[in-house]
Write a protein that binds this ligand. Sequence first.
Ligand code: AMP
Ligand code: GLY
Length: 415
Amino acid sequence: MKVLVIGGGGREHALVWKIAQSPLVTQLFCAPGNHGMRDKAELIQIPVDDIDRLVSFAKIRGVDLTVVGPELPLSLDITKRFQEIGLRIFGPTREAAEIETSKAFSKKLMEKYHIPTAKSETVSLSEAYERVDSLEMPVVLKVDGLAGGKGVVIAQNQSQAIAGLDRFKTLGKAASQIIIEEFLEGKEVSFFVVTDGEHAVPLGSAQDHKTIYDGGRGPNTGGMGAFSPSLLVTPELENKIMSTVIYPTLEALSKEGRPYTGVLYAGLILTSHGMKVLEFNARWGDPEAQSLLPRMETDWVTVMEAALDSQLEHVKIHWKAGTSVCVVLTSEGYPGKYKKGDGISGLDQKFSNNVTVFHAGTTFSEEGWKTDGGRVLGITATGSSLNHVREQVYAAIKGISFSGMHYRTDIGHSI
Ligand code: AMP
Ligand code: GLY
């Protein structure tokens, strides 16, 4: 079968790497992809938000299955556009994906159906300004819409809250509604399922490391590294997440006329008052996918097909025993303004069998590999013990370099 993956980051490289291993796949495309995956997939120069061209490409080339990586095309209703003309696509509809793309919708849904989450109120931007003086600190302020990681502020005092709202103003429509949320303390875990809207199969857990510097310091990024599974998610907690978060959410979405098919990602926080949902995402996490997919033994294509055919109750996903760690290498300046075009050395070396290099922001030309994004590479190692895997991943990184290269040295430590 012919498969098209949409997206071009490290998560999509991990998806392409995994899908390419399926004996069912005869041809693999990625739009727009990145040069690091060109040995596995044909790169198609169509941006992820050009839905018309993606639809015609899939139709003309006879693509049997399209797999959506990021949220942007979901928010543009790529799923319905494909389905309308009988093309198979794995990912939720725009209405279902609003669980990620509208925090106001997501909070309302969780409150209505008693899914554990931080207390919140949704107000207009001007009302948020008026309320600042009376808010208990710290407080969390979030914009309703997609803001590329810039839509959340944790304010310790009134002036930080005002500065946050001032920044939100620059985000335009995404900030037309503001969520004022209770600040929660606890460890965060990312939990994933694959679902056809009725049945859900756990894909396990991972711990993301969001801040740019070691020890949780500095601004938040898209994710600086992850390890999986999370040691905090015991089998008992997993059952609890399934019964109090995942199934109630899927039922709620169905009741609201927005049945969900795809990967659902719950961002959870484990507080002293129990586990609560911080957010849902309508897709795999990045870099979490780069740590989870290398541990999956089952053919991911057969799982996606089962979800699309409502056959998930017959599916059992097998995983490699042990653990995996993914460390992200970033360009100087990220998550702010960063440089591009620096030469990368060390990518042609022979890495150990249990190490995989996923490309996120790289390009290749006659001059060799160059940086082309904020998050440049994700290096993943798998193995039996966290200590050993960590050693292996950092040993592999020692051989890679580019000017201004930055990475965290504590991935897998902060548990
Ligand atoms: P979100 O996009 O909602 O996941 O928020 C991004 C990050 O902000 C989360 O991963 C947390 O680290 C932090 N955060 C969000 N909501 C809260 C909250 N209610 N309490 C404490 N931290 C939060
Ligand atoms: N790693 C966080 C995310 O994918 O949203």
